[in-house]
Design a protein around this ligand. Structure first.
Ligand SMILES: [Zn+2]
Length: 99
């Protein structure tokens, strides 16, 4: 993986300024907006230890009824669990080949 940093010590995707600090580099926000219904904001982060992360904040409009809203939350949590698990598996180092 390409882990380049620029001459000023930031990554090429770092937003610099107030977003970057406390040992972390942070990108500009990447927003996915479904007007009136949902919004997701992704920020790429490199920690002081050099590990890259995706930080995601999700906001979803819930149904007005409590039962429907709870049903939505259950579905949302299940989907998030799948997404996070899939991403975590993809981040693991590839197994070494015997040879
Ligand atoms: Zn930075």
């Amino acid at each position: 993986m390409n882990r380049r940093t620029s001459r000023d010590g930031h990554t090429d995707w770092c937003a610099r300024g107030h977003r970057c600090g406390l040992g972390e580099h942070r990108s500009d926000e990447i927003v996915v907006d479904v007007a009136g219904h949902a919004r997701a904001v992704l920020v790429r982060v490199r920690t002081a230890a050099g590990r890259d992360h995706a930080e995601v904040r999700v906001r979803v409009a819930l149904a007005p009824g409590e039962v429907a809203a709870r049903r939505q939350l259950v579905g949302l949590l299940g989907d998030l669990r799948q997404t996070v698990t899939r991403a975590a598996v993809a981040a693991r180092p590839a197994p070494r080949r015997a040879g």
